[in-house]
Each structure stands twice: as structure tokens, then as C-alpha cells.
Design a protein around this ligand. Structure first.
Ligand SMILES: [Zn+2]
Length: 372
């Protein structure tokens, strides 16, 4: 009797486990695991709208959307651009996305509230790029180093007003080595790291817009590269927080895109910049427009624009604070634009007790199954 009791419990457990599992039908293509966009549509309950003429797939329901393009690493989720690790494959009209990208980008972009290991923080380390003899990019108005420090100070003021502590890796026109910036942050507790830069290019004066970086997942190429390099296999300090850092990048970028900054969307990207590799906390680097583009440079040179920009960065950081404290999804670009966004943690229910694990969602993705 005792044994059959155990058996009954076991069978119920088996059934419950079975009910939660989702059959991704993972396919091996060119040595890499892929899932179909059709399965992604089914998993996220987004009706699939195939437009084979322009080699594009568009999924949409209730304000949530995903657009995938054949042979492209660009993916739009909820109106914001993300750059994948690997291109979307088209096999006889069926689209495939790498399992890496499903776990490291699509899932945390759709459901950042499900990211494991999000930790409350009380300190924000702001890292104004360049300084001293390292002037950064040039513009007709100011050097990047001066714009970066100005914006960082404005972000600091916003965050302090919201009750967060702020540490600046530099607060004057001094030169600070990249590894020293990371070391300063690593000496702090309970913090996140936000590096502030502006962009430049020698080759294309038309290049413009905002982009944000978090560390490239181990085993995938950075946005800048098409192929895997030996360094892509190295486990950096930053890789310990790669999904949390992505959630921070995602959350800040929606705030930037939801603000009236009049800047193009260059997307949520990946890189192994030194400050992203060497920091031991969630870390992002924001490129706030191209100083080599006449329109962007003019905007950045405006005090009013920099003030709006700094407010949008700070708002994104507060949205991340709300995410880690309440497990509620941060506002999307559309919610910021239509005025329904709230980033105020105090107006939301208190954080869950640490001892109570969040219940597993019906459709859960086990990130531990992904290639590390
Ligand atoms: Zn820079």
C-alpha cells in the first residue's frame, strides 16, 4: 500500500511535469540548435502572419509583436530593435531562430520579469566615457568626454532625487583606465553599472541614432562580428550576469525609445567592451547618438536635449529597480509614449519574501538547458 501511494504521487508529479513542458521541436542546422518562428508564435501566443514576399514574418497580439527577417540578425520585439547572435534562417519558407537567441534575447525581451537572479540594488555606478587626454569622439560643438560627464551628472541628480545612491567613476576631466573603472565598481556592493558614451564613425556621416550594449553571451559573436572568434568562448566576469545585464539594457532602452529624443533606433546590441567584461554586476554601455552626424550632434549639443536624455536614462534605471524589486515587467516603449508607464516602486506591491520562490509559469524556458 505504501509503495503504491508513492507510485500515485509519482504519476501525479509526472503528469504535472508533462503538462508544463513545451515541445520546442529543436532542430540541428549547420551544427547549431534552432527553434522555428512558428513554435515561438505558439509559445508566446502570438498569431503568425507570414509575408513571404518580403522574407519577413510578423507576429502580433494585444500590443505585443515580433518581426523576424530572413538572413538578418535584426529582430523587432514590441517595436524595439534587438540584434541577435545569429541570423534568422529561412528553410523553404520556414523561419528558424537559434536556441541561443531564444534564451538570451527573445525570452528576456518578452518576459524580463522571468529573468532569474535579478537582485535589488541601492547604488548606481555611472561611468562617463573617456576624460583627460582621451577626448573621445569629436563634434563641431564639444568632445564626447564633456558631453558624457554632463549627461552622467544629470542622471546622477535624477537618481539621487529618487533615493538611489550614485558613484561616478570620474567626476571631472580626468583620464581613468578602463580596468580601473571596472575595479572601482567591483569594490562596491549591491550596484549596477551604466557607462555613458556618444558614438562616432569615420566612414558614414549618415549613421545616427541610439544604441545600448550588454555583454555578448559566451559562445556567440558580438554584434560587430559575423563569425565566432576564440575570445567568444572565454568566460568573462560579465558573463556571470549576462541575462541580468541584458534585462537592464532592455529596460533602459525602452525608456529611451519611449522618450521624445528624436533619435533613430539602432537597437539593443552585444559587445565585449572592457567595462562590460570586467564588471561583476549588471552592466550596460549606452551610445547616445553620433557626434559625426550633423543632426545627432546638434541635438546632443542642446542642453535641453541632454536633460531629456538624462531623465530617460534615469527613468530606465528606476524601471529596472522596479523590475528587480517587484518582478513586474518594466514599461514598454509604447507604454511610455501613451503615458501609462509607471516606474515608481513604492506604488506597487511590496517585494516578494526572498524565501518564497516565484511559481513556475505554465510555459517556462529553462535557461540552464541552453549552451553556456
Ligand atoms: Zn566613447
Amino acid at each position: 500500500m505504501r509503495f503504491s501511494g508513492f507510485l500515485a504521487v509519482f504519476l501525479v508529479w509526472m503528469f504535472a511535469t508533462e503538462a508544463r513542458a513545451f515541445d520546442w521541436d529543436i532542430q540541428r542546422i549547420d551544427g547549431r540548435d534552432y527553434v522555428s518562428v512558428a513554435k515561438i508564435a505558439e509559445f508566446y501566443n502570438l498569431p503568425l502572419d507570414v509575408a513571404p514576399s518580403d522574407r519577413q514574418m510578423y507576429l502580433s497580439r494585444g500590443g505585443r509583436s515580433l518581426t523576424a527577417r530572413a538572413d538578418s540578425r535584426d529582430l523587432d520585439i514590441n517595436g524595439v530593435r534587438y540584434v541577435l547572435s545569429f541570423p534568422v534562417l529561412d528553410r523553404n519558407g520556414k523561419f528558424w531562430v537559434s536556441r541561443m537567441d531564444l534564451g538570451k534575447t527573445i525570452e528576456p525581451a518578452f518576459r524580463p520579469e522571468n529573468v532569474q537572479g535579478l537582485k535589488p540594488f541601492s547604488l548606481v555606478v555611472l561611468d562617463p566615457g573617456h576624460g583627460g587626454q582621451d577626448k573621445g569622439a569629436a563634434s563641431p560643438y564639444e568632445f564626447e568626454k564633456n558631453f558624457a560627464l554632463d549627461v552622467a551628472r544629470r542622471v546622477r541628480n535624477e537618481l539621487q532625487q529618487a533615493g538611489l545612491r550614485v558613484f561616478m567613476t570620474r567626476n571631472n576631466d580626468s583620464f581613468v583606465e578602463l580596468q580601473d573603472r571596472a575595479a572601482m565598481a567591483n569594490a562596491k556592493q549591491n550596484c549596477i553599472f551604466v557607462s555613458i558614451h556618444f558614438n562616432a564613425t569615420d566612414t558614414n556621416p549618415d549613421a545616427s541614432g541610439l544604441e545600448i550594449y550588454s555583454i555578448t553571451p559566451r559562445g556567440s559573436p558580438s554584434t560587430e562580428y559575423d563569425t565566432l572568434l576564440v575570445r567568444d568562448m572565454v568566460q568573462e566576469y560579465g558573463n556571470a550576469n549576462e541575462v541580468q545585464s541584458f534585462a537592464l539594457a532592455h529596460t533602459i532602452f525602452h525608456s529611451l525609445r519611449g522618450a521624445n529624443l528624436d533619435m533613430a533606433d539602432r537597437g539593443v546590441k552585444r559587445a565585449r567592451f572592457a567595462v562590460l567584461r570586467l564588471t561583476k554586476m549588471p552592466a550596460v554601455l549606452i551610445e547616445g547618438g553620433f557626434l559625426t552626424n550633423s543632426g545627432d550632434a546638434k541635438r546632443v549639443a542642446s542642453t535641453a536635449w541632454r536633460n531629456q536624455y538624462a531623465k530617460a536614462i534615469a527613468r530606465g534605471i528606476l524601471a529596472y529597480r522596479k523590475l528587480v524589486e517587484t518582478d513586474q515587467a518594466p514599461p514598454t516603449m509604447a507604454e511610455y509614449r501613451n503615458g501609462t508607464a509607471s516606474v515608481n516602486s513604492a506604488a506597487t506591491p511590496p517585494p516578494r519574501p526572498v524565501a518564497t520562490p516565484a511559481p513556475a509559469p505554465v510555459n517556462s524556458i529553462n535557461l540552464r538547458d541552453l549552451p553556456q
